[in-house]
Every structure is written in structure tokens, then in C-alpha cells.
Design a protein around this ligand. Structure first.
Ligand SMILES: O=C(NC/C=C/[C@H]1O[C@@H](n2cnc3c(NCCO)ncnc32)[C@H](O)[C@@H]1O)c1cc(-c2ccc(F)cc2)cc(O)c1O
Ligand SMILES: [Mg+2]
Length: 214
């Protein structure tokens, strides 16, 4: 059986990236996906917005929905302070295993925990199973129709505190209209839109930041 696109991305990283160097892993994935095969990584343009928001949040506990091959997990974790960590949730076992290998090549396995499962099932378990009290930063990049229910779930479970920052990818394309409507009309969220472009394409896209006001 021939390999998947995600396996080919891993092959390229394994062959071309400098072990232990997150930047070289990111560059390798961006080069592969802009020159060989498009893939749904947040990419280098929106990645700069992600970097800025992570630096603003300076999180101790960061959370991500939708690991895919680990590109944004590496992007986030490379900026974390020494005792900070990223929990990233992925339900596709093939993607989770590929992400684990790519994260290992980047040298960030100590800072990143990949949790295999559906976000809606894992979120309620974060306190007991993963010793999470509050989350400082959340990156939403999984199925777009799940952004809104999972944000509500995070709130209901009491993981958000004053100053918690959510950042959502793909606000324009593929779009997350119910999430945008919900978050912008919610009195406890202060929202900012960051226009950008779809990864590796000239198509319009945007990211939305939502700061929880408690
Ligand atoms: O669809 C997009 N992203 C989805 C991400 C899915 C990843 O996240 C995992 N995942 C999904 N739901 C859950 C879940 N919970 C919910 C389900 O239970 N719990 C855990 N993991 C979950 C999947 O297994 C994948 O690894 C997208 C598309 C385009 C795009 C643009 C233009 C085009 F032409 C085509 C595509 C651009 C983008 O940047 C995009 O992010
Ligand atoms: Mg995305």
C-alpha cells in the first residue's frame, strides 16, 4: 500500500531537518507543503500571528485541538518557557503517531503531550487525568464546526480564567461562522480579527483571537 501524504511529510522531515532544531523542522514542512504537496498546516504566514499571540499569552499550560502532523504544536512549544507545557489533542491515530515522530525530531517531546482522542471527550478529563487547573492559551484548528461547542465545553468545565487567550485558525476559509457569531457576541470575550491568507496559497483567510475577561 503506498504511503500517505502525512507519511511523506515525515519522510521529508526525517531526511532534511536538523535533529533537535524546531525551526529547521518548520522550514522543512513549509518547503515540502508549498513546493510538493499542499497540507493543512497553519503555515509560515499565519504562523507568525500564532507566534505573536503565544508570546503575548506566555502560557504555562497551552492546549491545542487538532495536532495533525504537529506543525503548530512545534510552533507553539518552541516558544514556551522552561516549565510550561502544551497538551495537543488528536483523534486520528495515524496522524498522532506521525506527529509524535516529527515532534521528536524537533526535540520537543518533553514539552508536548499528544493526547489521542476526541476533544469533546478529552476536555472533561483534563483536570483529573492531566492535572490541568486553568488553561492560559488554546489554539483551535480541528473540525471547524467543533470550535464553538468545544469553546462552550472549556467554559463549562471551568478551565478559562481572566486573561485566558483563545486563537482560532481558518475564520474565513474554510470558515467557522457559528464560532465567530458566538464568540463576538459573548460578553466575556474580547475579540480581535487578524486577516491573513490560507497556508501556502493566495486565498484570503484570517485568525480570531478571543481573550476571556472572566
Ligand atoms: O479542515 C481543516 N482542519 C481540520 C483539522 C483536522 C485535524 O484535527 C483532527 N481532529 C478533527 N476533529 C477533532 C476532534 N474533535 C472533533 C471531532 O470529534 N478531536 C481531536 N482531533 C480532531 C483531525 O484528525 C485532523 O488531524 C482545515 C482545512 C483547510 C482547507 C482549506 C482549503 C481547502 F481547499 C481545503 C482545506 C485549511 C486548514 O487550515 C484547516 O485547518
Ligand atoms: Mg487550519
Amino acid at each position: 500500500m503506498d504511503q500517505s501524504k502525512e507519511q511523506r511529510i515525515l519522510n521529508s522531515v526525517s531526511y532534511n531537518a536538523v535533529k533537535g532544531d524546531p525551526e529547521s523542522v518548520l522550514d522543512c514542512i513549509d518547503n515540502y507543503c508549498s513546493q510538493k504537496e499542499w497540507a493543512m498546516n497553519v503555515g509560515d504566514e499565519k504562523g507568525v500571528i500564532l507566534d505573536k499571540v503565544v508570546e503575548e499569552a506566555d502560557p504555562t499550560i497551552a492546549l491545542e485541538f487538532g495536532t495533525y502532523v504537529g506543525y503548530s504544536a512545534i510552533r507553539i512549544a518552541r516558544l514556551l518557557k522552561p516549565n510550561a507545557r502544551l497538551l495537543t489533542i488528536e483523534f486520528n491515530p495515524e496522524f498522532a503517531s506521525i506527529a509524535r515522530e516529527i515532534i521528536e525530531i524537533a526535540g520537543l517531546s518533553e514539552k508536548i503531550t499528544i493526547i489521542e482522542g476526541h476533544s469533546q471527550d478529552i476536555i472533561p478529563q483534563l483536570r483529573e487525568k492531566y492535572q490541568v487547573d486553568k488553561v492560559d492559551f488554546v489554539f483551535l484548528d480541528h473540525w471547524k464546526e467543533r470550535y464553538c461547542p468545544d469553546t462552550i465545553l472549556l467554559e463549562e468545565c471551568g478551565y478559562l480564567k481572566k486573561g485566558s487567550i483563545l486563537l482560532a485558525d481558518n475564520i474565513v476559509y474554510p470558515g467557522a461562522p457559528d464560532f465567530v457569531k458566538y464568540i463576538r457576541s459573548h460578553k466575556s470575550f474580547d475579540c480581535t480579527n487578524y486577516p491573513s491568507h490560507l497556508e501556502y496559497m493566495k486565498v484570503e483567510d484570517a485568525m480570531e483571537k478571543a481573550v476571556y475577561m472572566g
